[in-house]
Every structure is written in C-alpha cells, then in structure tokens.
Design a protein around this ligand. Structure first.
Ligand code: ADP
Length: 295
C-alpha cells in the first residue's frame, strides 16, 4: 500500500496559501516531511487525517479515496496530533481502554490484552495508573503512539512529535517509532532535521506550501556532494559574506560564526569543502541556494 497525493492545494480564508499543488508518493516505512514552522506540514497532516478539507487535488491510500471516503480512512488511521490540547485527568490504562472501546474492540478480554501489550510496548507499564495530565512530554508522546496503534493502522501520522522532548526522551521515542511495522505508511512531520536523519528512508522538504524535494535522504546528500563549503569568520564579516555568497547556514561554534555556503565549484577565499549533512540539504532548499546557484 502507498499513499499518492496529487496536486493538493489549500488556501485559508485569510488568503494564506498553506499548500500549493503538492504531489507526493509515500511508500510504506518511515517518511519524513521536513519543513520550517509555517511550511504547511500540519495542514497536510490534518487533511490526510480527515480533519480538514483540501480545496483541490486528490489523495489515494491504496484504493481508498482519502478526501472523499473519510470513514474508510479513519478505520486504518493512527494519528498523533501536535497537541492533544487538554490532557485527561484519567490514568493511561483507563484512557487507552476507553479509546480501544471507541475504536470497536468490544471484547473485554481482548481489549485488556491489547491495552496491556501497548502499555508494555511504549514503556508506560509501571506508570499505567498515573494520570496522563501529570506525565512528562516524552511520556505523553509515548502514550500518543500507544493510542495511535490501536486498531492495527495502515497509515500513521505523527505531527511534530519530538518538539519539546529532551535528548533522552527523543531517543526513546525514536526507538519506539522504529518498531512500527514496515508494512505501514508512517508520516513523520517535523522541523527537526535529526528526526529525519535518524529514522526515515524517504523524505520530502516543503516550505511556504510548496514541495522542494522528494526522495531518499542519501540522494539528497549525493546532489550536494562537493558543493558545500565551510569557513569560520568574524561576527562583523557575516553580512558581507551574505551579500556575496549563497550562504545556507550560519552557526556559532565556540562563539564564532561558522558559515556554510553552496557553490558548484571551489569558491577559494579560505573556504574548505565539507561532507554535506542533511541540515545543509534542508537549508539550501529552504534558502533557495540550491536552485539559484550556478550548476
Ligand atoms: P506547519 O505545520 O508547517 O508549521 P501549518 O500547516 O500549521 O504549518 O501552517 C501553514 C500556514 O498556514 C502558516 O502560514 C499558518 O500561519 C497558516 N495557517 C495555519 N492554520 C491556519 C488557519 N486555521 N487559518 C489561517 N491560516 C492558517
């Protein structure tokens, strides 16, 4: 099963074009949808999760028409939203039990076995009788994954799951995501490059509602090979370099700016060639350096 999105567009009432003719094919496995804040990721995720209408375009999950057959999508969907909003004051166990019941697992014995297995899987077993409202960010996200897995979904959508998690929680969450079956389409929407780097065999980059890249992270890295150059400069020089180069990122290393520029050939001037990282790929697409630079 794969998800095929064709020409999907959405403009909000205030005139913001959140999605502009997005076409994407998403195979099974972990797919990273990478974009900065405001890129249109949540809009796309909510449309696919049947929570919002598109203006035009199509989306097919296998033979399910996602935009027109919402009940069919909901039967095979696991969705972990960016924010749950209000966290319930009931225990993780009771909340999962309740959601499983709503999703149609009516047999008591079967439901208990399912809920217990999920709590073990997401490592919340020992906290099962604690109120979710009192969970840490990482625990809430793991609870979110547990509830999204009820009903053996074929499409799992996780929207910005690692924002706000500390590194330990993020790692536990990554490990959990990698255990989800290979036969499921998992879309991970994120502005954190590391999420995609660690987890995804396929990815897309979007910005301002437009698709800028789709493919394997390795292909994206391959395209940039030999084109990323680094130099440590003084703070006072930053603006000058921006004016005369395709600067794709500017980071402080031990308090001193280190810039990366995109250049098809050796720019000279003290720059050293570096192995491209996914972050370079991301920023060169977002900043447009990749498109406008001479090839
Ligand atoms: P992301 O998830 O990548 O941060 P969103 O899909 O939330 O992006 O937003 C894309 C654009 O649409 C942004 O410019 C945002 O301000 C705008 N937007 C999102 N939701 C609404 C809404 N309900 N009404 C108007 N504009 C919105």
């Amino acid at each position: 099963m794969q998800l095929t999105i064709t020409g999907l567009s959405k403009t909000y009432a205030n005139g913001v074009k959140a999605l502009d003719h997005v076409s994407l094919t998403i195979p099974t496995g972990m797919f990273g949808l990478l974009g900065p804040n405001g890129a249109g990721k949540s809009t796309l995720m909510r449309i696919l999760a049947t929570l919002q209408e598109a203006d035009s375009g199509t989306a097919m999950l296998g033979d399910i028409d996602v935009l027109n057959d919402k009940p069919a999508v909901r039967r095979v969907l696991g969705y972990l939203p960016q924010e749950f909003g209000v966290y319930p004051k009931v225990s993780a166990y009771h909340m999962l039990d309740h959601i499983a019941l709503l999703k149609g697992v009516i047999d008591n014995k079967e439901r208990r076995a399912l809920v217990e297995a999920l709590l073990q899987k997401v490592n919340l077993w020992e906290h099962r009788y604690r109120r979710i409202a009192g969970f840490s960010g990482g625990m809430k996200q793991r609870f979110g994954i547990a509830q999204s897995l009820i009903g053996e979904p074929k499409l799992i959508i996780v929207d910005e799951p690692t924002a706000g998690l500390d590194p330990g929680e993020r790692n536990r969450f990554y490990n959990l995501l990698t255990e989800i079956g290979e036969n499921v389409v998992v879309i991970l929407s994120t502005h954190i490059v590391q999420d995609v780097q660690e987890l995804c065999n396929n990815m897309a980059i979007i910005n301002k509602g437009r698709l800028l890249f789709a493919g394997a992270p390795n292909d994206a890295l391959g395209e940039m090979k030999g084109r990323i150059w680094e130099k440590s400069i003084a703070k006072s020089e930053v603006d000058g370099y921006h004016a005369s180069n395709k600067v794709i990122s500017n980071k402080l290393i031990a308090g001193r700016p280190s810039i990366h520029i995109y250049s098809a050939g050796d720019p000279g001037n003290g720059f050293t060639g570096v192995e491209p990282s996914l972050e370079d790929v991301f920023f060169s697409h977002i900043n447009g350096a990749h498109n406008t630079a001479a090839r």
